[in-house]
Design a protein around this ligand. Sequence first.
Ligand code: AMP
Length: 461
Amino acid sequence: MTTFQDLGVSAPILKALESEGYTKPTPIQMQALPIVHRGKDLIGLAQTGTGKTAAFALPILDRLHKDRKFPGEKSCRTLVLAPTRELAAQIGDSFRAYGKFLGLSTAVVFGGASMFKQKQALYRGVDVLVATPGRLLDHVSQRSVRLDKVEILVLDEADHMLDMGFIHDLRKIATILPRARQTLFFSATMPPAIEELAAQFLDNPEKIAVTPVSSTAERVQQAVVHVDQSKKQDLLHAMLADKGIKRALVFARTKHGADRVAKKLESAGFDADAIHGNKSQGQRIRALDAFKKGQTRILVATEVAARGIDVDDITHVINFDLPNVPEQYVHRIGRTARAGTDGIAISFCAPDERAYLRDIEKLTKQAVPVLETDMSLRAPKPDEKVVRPKGPTGRSAHPARKRAPKKHHASEAHGKAHAKQGHGPNRSRDEGDRRDRKGNAVWSNSGVPPKYRKQRKPTKV
Ligand code: AMP
């Protein structure tokens, strides 16, 4: 059996891993560590829950530890780019945990938090900087960080970065980075657009893959309930009355939807909270902490706010709304059954969401078993034609499909002036129902219909 020691992990890191309770490397760690140790570029096809953070963090920490040098003022030796605040914070925590006996420095920067404090953290230079692209560019433009000394670049959840429209930011960042660097690129899916992005960032990379997204988290027991939209809340209450559901993550498609569901749960006496991009960073952290500690039993979240959330022991994922991008379903249900445990994922499917269910089944190459309840509607037959929802104008009636994608929305990078116009930290760029200053819906990142996703051409970086 391969051990962390066999993979060349040095003693202080082994000690930290022991205190984390890691006894053996996961498959992605076994594959990635030797490649990263050799200094090669890497493409890792892996989703969260596979241990991919340690797969890149461990060899990076090893290298920084063995080749210690002053990073330089306002500089960093390793740059990790992540699409969301939650994921960035989590990666930062992982670097700190695995490197707790090394004395290396780590900083995390993302939008919605104090620039001033982040500048202070960056001032003396850091060994590892974890950043969301928009906020990193804010710091670059305000000269609080320079990227010309980056030795190792990690792009985490690259597919999600593209979904969120970060391509322009990534392109800009790529022009600032030194060419001589090691790049590690992780993505849960590898459609052609991502392959092209990877080709632009990487130099002769080695490829590794674990649990491709379309195979779905195999340990997750899935079910779908066909139910009228108006009955979903009652169905949710009926299900959650079962105390066997110890910790449930409920997905709603929009921020308002998440709030509505959580409020109704609370008024019915359930222990619930909501997490989405309209909440302040403090509220998000508190809600997540309470959920992690088991103080809140039910967390209602939007897709993006929940991406990368690493909470052990989520027994149930409930899709109050089905996602219209099938890959998101796989990510959602992957929130349960983490680190070797089992999990249950139940999806509520209203008649106008049946096309999304078909898309999901096509992607995962398996039919989701139907669960009959008192509130169930008749399940459609396998060969029954499903109608994609259309509004009166001929456009889709689905909230996330109302408009064609508009131009790239102003980002975190617009800083204070942007915040003054009512797009402060709470108006995060990472949700499906954002509006521009005139109140028009802008390109919904999490809700980009698949047809647009396919049409988008990868841009040269
Ligand atoms: P990730 O895929 O990086 O989000 O990691 C998923 C979860 O697996 C996290 O809770 C990690 O702490 C945990 N993990 C990562 N590597 C190992 C390991 N070798 N043994 C046990 N747990 C691990």
